[in-house]
Design a protein around this ligand. Structure first.
Ligand code: BGP
Length: 465
């Protein structure tokens, strides 16, 4: 059986500034929190590979864009690094701006549209020291950064996003203790989540203002990217399991979907939070700010489904309220390198949920991919990595996307994470995602894996077999 994707469906690559650019101290770039954490505690990173080089994109971008164009891709998504575009006074850093102008022009030369995201977990360190997302001053600084970016690149870039995965930083930095500063504090994480929500709305307002002043291209559009995933529970759930689904879905999905469609936060979620003694750091005037949140479309990053059950205790060992525990589905197929379940149908279920609950809201798959540890042990005679599992993974997801589109889901495209192996947060280069290999032993040289041939054909034909 094969599936056909619509003609105007776009295929692209997803990446981020902090994971690729490198050149961490070149051209007036300030430190971001990844650089600082790498400096302070390099042991926290797999094989002690810090953020500094990324995948050397700033030195190799022309070749990388050639690879994308050769594969037939028409778009790619990256992020501007706040710590590169602005100086420590919050003013434009001309050298940083010049790099992004060079990159965007080189992309345009190759017929590639750049989707620009403004923030990918990369808080400049000096702002983190002033409170990071816990501070409303930093929220204001972000809005100003967005405004400067819109003004600077408004006539070059059509497609903008305010944030990547706004649920992740509050979770990883403030709640689960994984990323610096490795805290376990729900109420601080809630403040961060709330302030990022406000920051999204203020940036969207700046975008609309720039549009009204004619600073943006006529066809410019703004969006938000999140790791949306339907929440599933056991086949035969208890009331308490369904409650866990309501809160998990409420915090991960509906919180953001309600902001971007209605400019509100989900009342039932706020009510439950308040019943558990958790208050949002609401300020007078915030309801009006939230009203500025609606966007033109969404990015959905999809890697794994969210499976939950009732928590086995009301609080964790730090005294934080618990709303849901992870549920391990007995039939789950796992990517053991990452510990993530492989469940392609989740992408279809998200599309159908959007069609039902948020009709008219367009989206595209802004990230989807599989990272494998120890790639390279199997190579063909020509030296290329044999990665049939990657073909299978992407084919299954694209097939479910095609079915969702056939049934009326407003899914407009697919960006693979990450076309070219790149540096990842604490895992550094442990898990490789690319269709293109980066050989760290050969000065970051690029080489196509076997799967790239398959990708090229799908992109050319829009037929998934
Ligand atoms: C997403 C992030 C990406 C990327 C990806 C893969 O959550 O937006 O930046 O890293 O996940 O995850 P990881 O690199 O942790 O394996």
């Amino acid at each position: 059986r094969h599936y056909t994707l619509p003609e105007d469906f776009f295929f692209g690559a997803a990446m981020s500034g902090p994971q690729t650019e490198g050149a961490w101290r070149i051209g007036g770039k300030l430190e971001n929190m990844w650089d600082t954490w790498s400096n302070e505690s390099i042991d926290a990173f797999h094989n002690r590979v810090g953020s500094y080089v990324g995948n050397d994109f700033m030195a190799r971008y022309r070749g990388d864009l050639d690879i994308m164009a050769d594969l037939g891709l028409t778009s790619f998504r990256t992020s501007i690094q706040w710590s590169r575009l602005l100086d420590a006074n919050g003013e434009l850093n001309p050298q940083g701006a010049a790099w992004y102008h060079r990159l965007f022009a080189a992309a345009a030369d190759r017929g590639l549209e750049v989707f620009v995201n403004l923030y990918h977990f990369d808080m400049p360190t000096y702002l983190f020291r002033r409170g990071g997302w816990e501070s409303r001053e930093v929220v204001e600084a972000y809005a100003r950064y967005a405004q400067i970016a819109f003004r600077e690149f408004g006539d070059e870039i059509r497609t903008w996003f305010t944030f990547n995965e706004p649920i992740v930083e509050p979770e990883q930095r403030y709640m689960t203790g994984v990323w610096y500063p490795q805290l376990h504090d729900f109420s601080r994480s809630l403040t961060v989540r709330y302030n990022i929500s406000i920051a999204h709305c203020l940036a969207t307002e700046r975008f609309r203002q720039a549009q009204a002043k004619g600073e943006m291209r006529d066809d410019a559009r703004i969006g938000l990217i999140n790791c949306f995933s339907p929440s599933y529970t056991k086949d035969d759930p208890s009331e308490a399991d369904l409650e866990a689904v309501r809160m998990n879905d409420g915090l991960n999905n509906r919180w953001w979907l309600d902001i971007v469609r209605d400019g509100t936060l989900p009342a039932d979620v706020i009510e439950t939070l308040e019943q558990r003694g958790q208050r949002l750091p609401h300020r007078p005037g915030d309801a009006q700010i939230l009203q500025l949140g609606p966007v033109d479309w969404l990015g959905c990053n999809y890697y794994q489904p969210s499976r939950v059950q009732a928590p086995d205790a009301p609080t964790d060992s730090y005294g934080n309220p618990r709303f849901a525990d992870a549920y391990v589905w007995p039939e789950a197929r796992m990517n053991t390198s990452r510990g993530w379940e492989i469940y392609p149908k989740g992408i279809y279920d998200f599309g159908m949920k959007c069609k039902r609950d948020y009709p008219g809201l367009e989206f595209f798959i802004s990230e989807n991919g599989i990272g494998i540890e120890g790639e390279g042990r199997e190579r063909g005679g020509d030296g290329r990595i044999e990665d049939s599992y990657r073909v299978e993974f992407v084919r299954d997801h694209l097939a479910w996307i095609a079915r969702a589109i056939d049934e009326g889901a407003a899914c407009r495209g697919y960006h693979y994470w990450a076309l070219i192996d790149n540096w990842s947060w604490a895992n550094a280069f442990k898990n490789r995602y690319g269709f293109i290999e980066v050989d760290l032993t050969q000065g970051y040289a690029r080489r196509a894996k076997r799967s790239a041939d398959w990708l090229k054909e799908v992109v050319a034909t829009h037929i998934v077999r």
